[in-house]
Design a protein around this ligand. Structure first.
Ligand code: GLN
Length: 240
């Protein structure tokens, strides 16, 4: 390990990792390496000691059953996660984990899963699944492309910023045009695909936040994202 090592932690890869969400971890790891950093990659699964020295956390989607399996452990580590989020540790929470980063998720079957309240959002299981390609406009990241598949309907509390505004697709609830949620350096979204390979601006925001927090500055040369650009164009042009 060099002294330029970034500790990347994947939350609940065993239970919360669908529709290619592992690609987010891989993208962060590869981009960090290309920027000249070594990456220590850890998994946090239920029961594991929580890696409090994490520089960057990423977690994916799951079935309701996966959310039930991680929920107790998530409550256990919630105080640390909340403190880290407030301290500027970057985090990416996709779909099922996004829902659990809010106040609660009431499933379609009527059970309530408490969240950890990093985000001022509440989710209820809806009657239909919201499935398909999605394109949104984010004030920070420009056009963001991906794929969504959820029945949860998420509503933002007052003052909670979304990640962006939906141009094609459903997003948080299919009604108010919002998608995802943003606070500190936490990015939460319904986008699979996976999200980061096709959205390098989001990946680099997370990387920059992690590196600046750990080492003070991030001054790496920009990467060649020609292929990602082409993938973005193809993805954005796909029918819903
Ligand atoms: N079970 C949740 C829903 O359907 C999350 C789905 C997911 O993570 N893809 O809303």
């Amino acid at each position: 390990m060099t002294d330029r090592t970034v500790h990347l932690v994947q939350l609940y890869p065993r239970d919360m990792n669908i529709y290619g969400d592992w690609g987010n971890t891989l993208t962060l790891k590869r981009r960090l390496e290309k920027y000249g950093y070594a990456v220590r990659l850890s998994d946090h699964d239920p029961g594991d000691p929580f890696p409090a020295d994490a520089d960057l956390l990423v977690g994916g989607g799951g079935q309701d059953s996966g959310q039930f399996r991680v929920q107790e452990d998530l409550q256990r580590i919630a105080p640390e996660l909340r403190a880290m989020a407030a301290d500027g540790v970057p985090m990416l929470a996709i779909c099922g984990l996004y829902q659990l980063f809010g106040h609660e998720f009431r499933t379609g079957a009527g059970e309530t899963l408490p969240g950890i309240g990093i985000l001022d959002v509440t989710t209820v299981g809806g009657p239909t699944r919201l499935i398909g390609n999605i394109v949104l406009e984010s004030p920070e990241f420009g056009t963001v492309v991906g794929y969504e598949n959820h029945s949860g309907i998420t509503r933002l509390g007052p003052g909670q910023a979304p990640l962006g505004t939906v141009r094609k697709g459903a997003g948080n609830n299919g009604e108010d045009g919002t998608e995802g949620a943003r606070v500190h350096h936490v990015v939460a979204s319904y986008l699979h695909g996976s999200m980061l390979p096709k959205n390098p601006a989001v990946a680099d925001h997370l990387i920059r936040a992690a590196v600046e927090r750990r080492f003070g500055t991030f001054d790496a040369e920009p990467l060649d994202d020609t292929l990602a650009e082409r993938a973005r164009e193809v993805a954005a042009a796909r029918p819903r």
